[in-house]
Design a protein around this ligand. Sequence first.
Ligand SMILES: C[S@@+](CC[C@H](N)C(=O)[O-])C[C@H]1O[C@@H](n2cnc3c(N)ncnc32)[C@H](O)[C@@H]1O
Length: 273
Amino acid sequence: MIEINKNYNESNLVTLNKTPDNTIDLTITSPPYDDLRAYNGFELDWQNLIRELYRTTKQGGVVVWVVGDATIKGNETGTSFKQALFAKECGFNLHDTMIYQKSTPPLTHNRYEQNFEYMFVFSKGKPNTFNGLREPRKYTDNRTKKAFGRNKDNSVDLGYSSKDETRLRRNVWKYFAGGGANDKIASQHPAIFPEQLANDHILTWSKDGDLVYDPFMGSGTVAKMSILNNRNWIGSEISSEYCNIIEERIKKAWEEKRKEKDLQTGTLFENEM
Ligand SMILES: C[S@@+](CC[C@H](N)C(=O)[O-])C[C@H]1O[C@@H](n2cnc3c(N)ncnc32)[C@H](O)[C@@H]1O
């Protein structure tokens, strides 16, 4: 049996090997793509990883796979698509192909600047949890019926109750990619995803007490946001150097959580008197 609320300094396949079938509620991860970064030479066996994720994910559990493609000699690899189709072959449902739109500094080459990654949402059967996040609606009026509409910018607004001041978010999510972490120490890792991205998927696809996994824990973003949202978590990170960053961030997250609890119970106030 695996110990939870723990980061394992080992390959994800080793961690998963000791994980029983149907254990994990939600995985959120960004695999190193196309050897773009060597990560001390560790090789990525994504086929076995996806197979193992399918085995260890609970029925109704979800895997969010955040990935892009390298361009090699002017040719995009398409590995992300291969991975998505392979996940389907393993039994996952491709529940949604979402986009992580990132604001990145401009580079110069003979194509439009790449400013997104895929967020494939794989589910093992129908997702157990969907807490759809909402966003402010631009336009409201007095119609009460569900309707198809057209926004003033000519985009189609699909099916809404127009008295609502909010609507269900669409599946393109925009985040600032320049770190997006509130802990300075996280910037010692070269490829973190934004805290808010992890946060939003945790809220959408899991509930309090669920088990969240990141097989490529990196700087510990998923662990941190799981702690702050009252979820259990596990992680695998092969580099011991990055594990130190993870430990620091976890420690800070638990402190933040403890302070929040003390504030609620009034203990912090008493301690400070
Ligand atoms: C793209 S980063 C993940 C960053 C993470 N999402 C964050 O926000 O910090 C990928 C990480 O996977 C780690 N890694 C590479 N191969 C691995 C393996 N087989 N098992 C576990 N970790 C691995 C790398 O060392 C690297 O830190």
